[in-house]
Design a protein around this ligand. Structure first.
Ligand code: AMP
Ligand code: GLY
Length: 415
């Protein structure tokens, strides 16, 4: 099987690494990829948001499968174009990707499918926003309706801040606050059936203890020793299958990974959001534990042969990832700083470094090129061992001004 992965982050490096391990994958390409994927795949510098350019590349490389990493190409219709060209594609069509691209559409699907989520109002004016905020009360949750790369959500006790975010966004979704721990569950879907991966937890805030601004994600771990038994089955029955069925009923079948971001509230499981792609950095830990070859699974989704009762196999033990972020991430990340210590970090037992926002400069040196620069993964018999491996590797890395959280998976490891 010849595979092309679209994207350039830590998630795509993790996908490429898992595909590289699959003996059925005979050729591996990334576009645009990053210096980490270049070590295991051929990188191609194209604009992944241009459907015609992606199709031309896939045809030239005679790939059997295109795997779309980020949401932007999905929303731009890249999966539609690849499938129209007769090439199998892992990733939903533009119409189904609206589940992530429009929060209002996601709410409409959940309502139609009876999926539990926060009560919400779509607001187009300041007056509507004010009324909705008053209705739900504090803490206030205000979400930009469109794609905002993780920056569209404000959760605040301050009515003025909530109103000013609503005014800045235009069309917003205002919803009730959900308490309780968050869980990310990814389900592989072939339009008809869905198979869950293991659940993970992400750390969204920039600093230890959940302080600081929201980010794309500063770390993740799996498994969740604290999760109630039967949680995955419950999410599949109450959230994933009804959503997949509703999208198929609307003749926009969902092919790819459906990412359910959930809150386990005192009143039960509630959907916070759907994404139309793998989560970053949760993918880095989930794929680290996946023993079933990834290429065949993604191809089964793309071609429609996934059986709902397919049992995946998993490595025992745990995985933890710690994101090394650039100076001033998330506000205005510094770029172009030299990164050293990667070989030492990769030499740490049970640890490896995934590239997320890196580039090679004119002199061939590895430099930072994004807010989240590296995603360092540790594995072990349990979360404590996986944390120890990840943090030992993080300590080997040198990047001026960088920061990372010190408490990824700490509470879960303590039990
Ligand atoms: P989202 O972009 O929808 O994932 O939101 C980003 C983060 O904001 C989530 O991971 C939650 O931590 C928080 N959040 C979003 N919606 C809610 C809600 N209704 N109640 C509480 N927190 C929320
Ligand atoms: N880790 C959060 C996300 O991928 O959206």
């Amino acid at each position: 099987m010849r595979v092309l992965v679209l994207g350039s982050g830590g998630r795509e490096h993790a996908l490429a690494r898992a595909l590289h391990r699959d003996p059925a994958v005979t050729a591996l390409h990334c576009a645009p990829g990053n210096p980490g994927t270049a070590e295991i795949a051929a990188n191609h510098a194209i604009d992944m948001l241009n459907p015609t350019g992606v199709v031309e590349l896939a045809q030239r490389l005679t790939v059997d499968l295109v795997v779309v990493g980020p949401e932007a190409p999905l929303v731009a219709g890249v999966a539609d174009a690849v499938r129209e060209a007769g090439i199998a594609c892992f990733g939903p069509d533009k119409a189904a990707a609206r589940i992530e691209g429009s929060k209002a559409f996601a709410k409409e699907i959940m309502e139609a499918a009876g999926v539990p989520t926060a009560r919400a109002r779509v607001c187009e004016s300041a007056a509507e926003a004010e009324a909705a905020l008053a209705e739900f009360g504090a803490p206030y949750v205000v979400k930009d309706d469109g794609l905002a790369a993780g920056k569209g959500v404000v959760v605040t006790e301050d009515m003025a801040e909530a109103l000013s975010h609503a005014a800045a966004c235009g069309r917003v979704v205002i919803e009730e606050y959900l308490d309780g721990p968050e869980v990310s569950l990814f389900a592989l879907c072939d339009g008809q059936d869905a198979v869950p991966l293991v659940p993970a937890q992400d750390f969204k805030r920039a600093y230890d203890g959940g302080a600081g601004p929201n980010t794309g994600g500063m770390g993740a771990y799996t498994p969740l020793p604290w999760a109630p038994p039967g949680l995955v089955d419950e999410i599949m029955e109450t959230v994933v299958r009804p959503t997949v069925n509703e999208l198929r009923r609307r003749e926009t079948p969902y092919v790819g990974v459906l990412y359910a971001g959930l809150a386990l509230t005192s009143r039960g499981v509630r959907v916070i959001e759907f994404n139309a792609r793998f989560g970053d950095p949760e993918t880095q830990v989930v794929l680290d534990r996946l023993a079933t070859p990834l290429g065949g699974l993604l191809q089964a989704c793309a071609l429609g042969g996934l059986a709902a009762d397919q049992e995946l196999s998993w490595h025992l033990g745990a995985a933890v990832t710690v994101v090394v972020a650039a100076e001033n991430y998330p506000a205005s990340p510094a770029k172009g700083d030299v990164i050293t210590g990667l070989d030492e970090a990769n030499a740490v037992q049970d640890a490896h470094v995934l590239h997320a926002g890196t580039a090679l400069d004119g002199d061939g040196r590895l430099v930072s090129a994004g807010g989240r620069v590296l995603s360092v993964v540790g594995s072990g018999a349990d979360l404590a061992a996986a944390r120890a491996a990840a943090y030992e590797a993080v300590d080997k890395i040198r990047l001026r001004g960088s920061h990372h959280r010190g408490d990824i998976a700490l509470d879960a490891a303590k039990g």
